[in-house]
Design a protein around this ligand. Structure first.
Ligand code: NAD
Length: 534
């Protein structure tokens, strides 16, 4: 592994040392943080994981700020729900254009704040542009009132409306700070809701840049509110006031949030963790599989819900495949540069680094072999860790079943495909899987037996994740509900049936008794059944 232009300066605090500098233009930081509801008088210092350099101070919100944000959002939602789908779509398409126009600035900010490599940050504005375009262009398909069959043909007319829930609370994580803060809210506002969002405290600036873009695209100022603060405090305040909650984060927090939503009898969608498998079948194109495995395991240094942490490789090709994979990993460039040339950036925090070190050291101590990587790289920046490939991982090791959320993948052999599928289905998670094979139909048949919300054939995760028309989410402990596709927008609506009855009443008429009425109705039901009525 080579390092690319590491730029870790001796970091000084600009508050106390006049020679020290911020990593970001302070005018930009003030402009962005000015969009927050935050009157606590306290702030949280944003620090870049790349080199520990301060980026600026983010004011923190209080319960009163949450209250104010909801008040404004509710007012804005009442007016917004009366806008036409054409008006909303036009703003969505302006957002699409703006995100693509300003992607360099967005990517710079994401890199500074999250420490990820530029090529991985690029996925974020791209995902928002695709999401905005999809919901702008499919709004009628999902939201138009539709007719369904009434109980009495011709006499009962039934329509189903899609009514917005109201104000949607969105709680998002740090790992894809721009897209995770925005992508779930776009279908919510498209469906006529307002949003109150709380992004993760570590990456507020990328999220706030997204809020600024929404305003520049023409969405009303109060339609989307943003708050800053710890999840346990501000997050709880948001859940208590929301009409629906969309959460992305860890399974542990998801469980707490689901409980709070259940208490209030409001719906929620939960996009949670994973321990995602890759299967390399004996007929796989091994170069393609090795290239895909590198992206699957090491995109954003493995801090990606859909990234892969375990790999099952057919016996017949195992040795050849592993040699190719290790060669590719050894050729990866790590670094703190914002240039395109870096293959993998930093982890986000000391906490993430500690988890990765603990998982690898536990595996090593219990007998696993480190084929490549396995070391922190403080020479590149405070939280860098090498992309790591392990062999000989057994069930007693922590990284066998627990999500590492870092650049660590374990390799296992298999001889029977049925066994590989059974092992892929082991454990409590069910988010994403990949299968590499040159036999599409067989791979798709195996995919249908894997208990994961998304399965990619001959690709890491991008094929499903970027196909916005397809649902994305987890089975089992990886989540509830889906983002993207029809489910991604319908979750933010209530369905409402409106039936208009003509002539006939659902009661005895013209002096008939209840018994006679019951007989006539029974006769009618039988007749309609014979005529093929559903
Ligand atoms: P986390 O659950 O600790 O935090 C996520 C968000 O929840 C943050 O905004 C945090 O402030 C907030 N939060 C924390 N405790 C809360 C509480 N009690 N009430 C309300 N809000 C609270 O998750 P994390 O560790 O920061 O993120 C990484 C996890 O997220 C990983 O497990 C990863 O797999 C998962 N993730 C899943 C997806 C997906 O789409 N399935 C995407 C990204 C990340």
């Amino acid at each position: 592994m080579t390092s690319s232009d590491p730029t870790a300066p001796d970091v000084l605090d600009p508050e106390t040392d006049p020679s020290a500098t911020y990593g970001l233009d302070q005018q930009l930081v003030r402009r962005l943080t000015g969009l927050l509801h935050a009157t606590s008088g306290t702030s949280r210092r944003a620090v870049s994981p790349i080199n520990g350099q301060p980026l600026g101070d983010v004011p923190q919100s209080t319960t009163a700020d949450v209250e104010a944000a909801f008040r404004r959002a509710r007012r804005a939602q009442a007016a917004w729900s009366r806008t036409t789908l054409e008006q909303r779509s036009a703003m969505m398409m302006r957002l699409h254009d703006l995100v693509l126009e300003r992607q360099d600035e967005i990517i710079d900010l994401i890199c500074w704040e999250s420490g990820k490599a530029r090529k991985h940050a690029f996925d974020e504005p791209l995902h928002i542009a695709l999401t905005a375009r999809y919901y702008a262009r499919t709004a009628h398909e999902h939201l138009d009132t539709r007719r369904v069959a009434g109980v009495v043909p011709a006499l009962t007319r039934v329509e189903v409306n899609r009514v917005p829930k109201g104000v949607v609370g969105i709680i998002s994580p740090w790992n894809y700070p721009f897209t995770m803060a925005l992508c779930d809210g776009l279908p919510a506002i498209m469906a006529g809701n307002a949003v109150v969002a709380k992004p993760d405290a570590q990456t507020m600036l990328s999220a706030l840049y997204g809020l600024e873009l929404l305003r520049d695209a023409g969405f009303p100022e109060d339609l989307w509110q943003m708050l800053a603060g710890p999840g346990r405090e501000i997050g709880t305040d948001i859940i208590e006031r929301s009409d629906y909650v969309c959460f992305t984060g860890s399974t542990a927090t998801g469980r707490i949030i689901a409980g709070k939503c259940a208490d209030r009898l409001i719906g929620c969608s939960l996009e949670l963790g994973g321990k995602n498998p890759i299967l390399v079948l004996r007929d796989a194109d091994l170069d393609r599989a090795a290239e895909g495995a590198v992206r699957a395991a090491f995109s954003n240094a493995g801090q990606l819900c859909v990234s892969t942490e375990r790999m099952y490789v057919a016996d017949q090709v195992y040795d050849r495949f592993v040699a190719k994979l290790v060669d590719r990993v050894n050729a990866m460039s790590l670094g703190a540069s914002l240039d395109w040339g870096v293959d993998m950036g930093s982890l986000i925090s000391q906490e993430q680094l500690d988890t990765v070190v603990a998982h690898v050291e536990d595996a090593r101590a219990k007998g696993a072999t480190v084929l490549t990587g396995g070391r922190a790289r403080p020479d590149l920046g405070p939280f860098f860790y090498e992309p790591t490939v392990l062999e000989g991982v057994s069930p007693d090791m922590v990284c066998f079943g627990e999500e590492t959320f870092g650049p660590v993948i374990s390799l296992y052999r298999f001889s029977e495909e049925a066994d590989a599928v059974a092992r892929a289905n082991d454990g409590d998670y069910g988010l994403n899987a990949s299968i590499f094979s040159q036999d599409g139909p067989r791979a798709r048949d195996l995919a249908s037996r894997i208990r994961c919300g998304t399965v990619n054939v001959n690709e890491a995760f991008g094929a499903t994740f970027a196909s916005i028309a397809a649902p994305m989410g987890g089975m089992r402990e990886s989540g509830m509900g889906r983002r993207q596709g029809a489910e991604g927008i319908l979750r933010y609506t209530e369905s409402q049936a409106v039936a208009t009855q003509r002539l006939l009443r659902f009661a005895p008429m013209l002096g008939m008794s209840d018994e006679q009425y019951a007989k006539i109705m029974t006769f009618n039901v039988r007749l309609l059944t014979r005529l093929g009525r559903k």
